[in-house]
Design a protein around this ligand. Structure first.
Ligand code: MSP
Length: 512
């Protein structure tokens, strides 16, 4: 893999960043760091989706112009990702002028090719969802999401001949088994494609909706939300020039949750086909985070906010929980109890204790000075190194599938082994025998290597912790050195730092 272009959805600005947005953004960041470490060229895009009825309405309720309101909320998203250490390369806003130009260019192209036509449409419109519903989709005559009766609207609009590309999309998905993954979402899109695809309404009359991008061929209309939003993935690259686009676009990996599968799995590829652009490489779909107490909502007061989590427990602890708890593709439950249990067990105990124990012994027995390794390694020393080699192989395999939880399990398997190695070799007993001092020095040397490689493996997932461990080890490039250099990365005489608590145990109070 030489390149990867990772995208998150561009988030609506009618809600502030929460657990759900953070999850997608954190996995995008983890993947970026992971591929970057492999030497790949990476690009990570995130941003905000700012047009549409909903935004115009909320802005009005707040007595603001839509753009002023959009500036404010978009800035909250951006500063949240900055504070969370998300290594995005570009933050796009659908109100950016280069984006509007690209959208208009694509619309014009498709219109000129005859795949956009003007027609009359009548249907049940839900203002909450900003979309029309077919009668079949309504539940007891109401929008299944907002539980409100939709309004019947009859109006003239522009339509995209989506149905024309149905067959082409079907064959692409069939001949590219990895185009949409995991499999269950690929199957879901294939099921949609078993029914004839209707053409897609892509506009709203300006008399009803002002806050959007005007159609280049009819100034009385603006584009409808998806035709504007999806194109962001292309315009963000085009902003840096056509060459940049050509280089990265074939490697596009979209990350989304299942809620927006249809627009990404059907609208988007057919739009690309109609505009003569190549398809993205892969659509990666994850499940939904649900709260133990029910749906996350402001009214229930159970919204999990990334900055609060970061301030209370540290960003790496939050990242760890998100990545370890959810099986990519399936839903997961968030509760403070399970969060605390995981952090205490895996981070405070297994990882934190290992690092402290090793550094404490190094400090106590050798004043922090690394001792030389003998020419011949004991069986358990060889085994320790091999366990890490295996963990790295397993991690690679799981990352290719986006199985972050398994990748972390692989690292923790090696951490557990290292803790057992300490018990097995018992340097704390050997040190009492002055003739065994040399052996204790060797054991600790191997343990420092294990800690170094642990930090290296952890760095895409827990970047701050990896950096912190790198500093404690006092290695010039932090954790970047590879494990093939096991036994060669610490020069004799090198001094490591005394231990430090990486993850304090969390004691829950009544308020959480
Ligand atoms: N603006 C559109 C996306 C346009 S992309 C061209 C949109 N925005 S959104 O703000 O509603 O974001 C939806 C996305 O946020 C989901 O696909 C997912 O990435 C993330 N999540 C929001 N809530 C979530 C959960 N409860 N669980 C997991 N992810 C969720 O749709």
């Amino acid at each position: 893999m030489e390149r990867i272009y990772l995208t998150t959805p561009i988030y609506y600005i009618n809600a502030e960043p929460h657990l759900g947005h953070t999850y997608t953004t954190v996995i995008a960041d983890t993947l970026k760091r992971y591929y970057q470490r492999q030497g790949a060229e990476t690009f990570l895009l995130t941003g905000t989706d700012e047009h549409g009825d909903k935004i115009a309405q909320v802005a009005k309720e707040n007595g603001m112009e839509p753009k002023v309101y959009a500036d404010r909320i978009s800035a909250i998203f951006r500063s949240t990702w900055d504070a969370c250490g998300i290594s995005y390369d570009h933050f796009i806003r659908t109100t950016d002028s280069y984006h509007k130009e690209v959208v208009q260019g694509i619309l014009q192209k498709i219109y000129d090719a005859g795949d956009i036509y003007f027609g009359e449409y009548g249907g049940f419109y839900c203002f909450g969802c900003e979309r029309f519903y077919t009668e079949k989709e309504l539940v007891e005559g109401k929008c299944p999401d907002h539980k409100k009766e939709p309004t019947y609207i009859q109006e003239k609009n522009y339509f995209f001949r989506m149905g024309k590309y149905q067959q082409q999309l079907l064959s692409h998905i069939q001949s590219h088994p990895d185009f949409i993954r995991p499999e269950r979402y690929r199957a879901e899109v294939l099921a949609f494609l078993r029914e004839p695809l209707e053409d897609l309404c892509i506009s709203r009359p300006k008399s009803r909706l002002q806050w959007g991008i005007p159609l280049p061929f009819d100034s009385d209309y603006v584009t409808y939300v998806w035709f504007d939003a999806l194109i962001n993935y292309v315009s963000a690259l085009k902003f840096r020039g056509e060459d940049f686009f050509q280089t990265l676009w074939p490697w596009a990996n979209h990350l989304i949750a299942k809620d927006i599968l249809k627009p990404h799995g059907i609208f988007w590829p057919t739009m690309l086909m109609a505009s003569g652009l190549p398809l993205f490489e892969r659509l990666n779909v994850h499940g939904y985070w649900v709260m133990e107490s029910g749906k996350m909502s402001k009214s229930l007061g159970n919204v999990v906010r990334p900055l609060e989590m970061k301030e209370r427990y540290g960003m790496d602890a939050f990242r760890y929980f998100l990545l370890r708890e959810m099986v990519f593709g399936q839903d997961a439950t968030f509760s403070l109890d399970s969060f605390v249990a995981r952090i205490n067990a895996d981070l405070a105990n297994n990882l934190g204790n290992l690092v402290s124990r090793v550094l404490a012994m190094q400090e106590k027995y050798f004043a922090g000075v690394v001792q030389p390794l003998g020419g011949v390694w004991a069986k358990e020393d060889q085994e320790l190194r091999e366990v890490f080699l295996q963990a790295e192989k397993d991690l690679k395999r799981h990352m290719a599938e986006f199985y972050f939880h398994r990748a972390l399990e692989a690292i923790w398997g090696a951490i557990d082994h290292t803790n057992r190695y300490i018990v097995q070799t018992s340097p704390f007993v050997l040190i009492k025998d002055s003739e065994k001092r040399g052996r204790v020095g060797e054991i600790l040397h191997h343990l420092l290597e294990a800690v170094r490689v642990t930090a290296h493996l952890l760095s895409p997932f827990l970047p701050e912790t990896a950096h912190e461990i790198g500093k404690l080890l006092g290695l010039p490039q932090g954790t970047s050195s590879h494990q093939s250099s096991w036994g060669k990365s610490f020069l004799a005489g090198h001094k490591v730092k005394p231990p430090k608590v990486l993850f304090p145990r969390i004691e829950l109070t009544a308020e959480g």
